[in-house]
Design a protein around this ligand. Structure first.
Ligand SMILES: [Zn+2]
Ligand SMILES: [Zn+2]
Length: 129
């Protein structure tokens, strides 16, 4: 998929472009739950295919023992989770995203009230390599 997706945060202070989205999936870990208020629906993309086009000075990075997380320092929108080789970009910011979810990660840690629908494969933690 070579299409370019545009995303913007809640306050529109930050905009970005994303190329060659690889997949859409959910992470149900407790860190994502606290970061977004729920499971994180994210788009997997290579870092070189993700570019902030507006408001780079508003982007804040939260360092944690796991992947650093980037968010808007004005409105608090979750932007992306830096997994090193890939970024996991919050899907809710891209209004033209047209992918079916293809995985659920960290399902062992999901919120008890969250019911997972659809047929995408579910993994207790990460998929087997
Ligand atoms: Zn914002
Ligand atoms: Zn997670």
């Amino acid at each position: 998929m070579a299409e370019v997706l545009k995303g913007s945060c809640l306050c529109d202070g930050i905009e970005y472009e994303l190329r060659d989205a690889e997949s859409l999936g959910y992470c149900h870990c407790t860190r994502c739950q606290r970061w977004t208020g729920e499971a994180l629906a994210g788009v997997v993309v290579s870092p070189e295919n993700f570019k902030i086009t507006k408001g780079e000075d508003l982007v804040k990075r939260y360092e944690s023992e796991f992947a650093p997380r980037h968010f808007c320092s004005n409105c608090g929108s979750s932007l992306y989770d830096d997994l090193g080789e890939k970024y996991f970009v919050a899907a809710g910011l891209m209004r033209e995203l047209d992918l079916e979810p293809s995985f659920h990660l960290q399902v062992a840690y999901k919120a008890p009230w969250h019911e997972i629908g659809g047929n995408a494969p579910q993994f207790d933690e990460n998929p087997p390599a």
